[in-house]
Design a protein around this ligand. Sequence first.
Ligand SMILES: Nc1ncnc2c1ncn2[C@@H]1O[C@H](COP(=O)(O)OP(=O)(O)OP(=O)(O)O)[C@@H](O)[C@H]1O
Ligand SMILES: [Mg+2]
Length: 141
Amino acid sequence: MNDAEVLTASAQETIDFAKCFARSLKPGDVLCLEGPLGSGKTTFVKGLAQGLGLKRSERVKSPTFVLMHVYKSKIPLYHFDCYRLSSTEELENIGFEDFVNDAKAISCVEWAGKAKGLIPSHASHIHFEILDAVRRRITVR
Ligand SMILES: Nc1ncnc2c1ncn2[C@@H]1O[C@H](COP(=O)(O)OP(=O)(O)OP(=O)(O)O)[C@@H](O)[C@H]1O
Ligand SMILES: [Mg+2]
């Protein structure tokens, strides 16, 4: 995956960028999504799911309360949110390592900093910055 930096001026622009970005993804990829509350991480995942051909991408919502969602897109998409995690043990209990190392799926991890030690070294990191009410800077590394 190539490094990239984009500025988006609406949630729809973030979705469009993610849809386009999804074309560069292959099974086994892991994306760590970092950035403050409301910076657009879940919005980005919604766009990824659309780009991966998920028919009902309105189902993409923050998994804050359930830790994980699975979307049956062409390439299965695992969506984690570690915001409310109190210890990495909770991730171990749901088999997080098996999911993020699944060579047939793509994994997205919001608040991946809380999953330290469990993220594969080949993961890409995407940073979301809030510039103002509607503008975001998205940096891929
Ligand atoms: N340029 C933009 N890109 C993405 N979202 C935007 C943008 N401008 C405004 N928004 C709004 O900001 C909010 C982003 O919410 P979202 O759930 O995607 O954030 P998040 O980073 O996942 O937050 P959390 O850490 O709480 O899960 C949405 O309400 C969205 O409509
Ligand atoms: Mg979110």
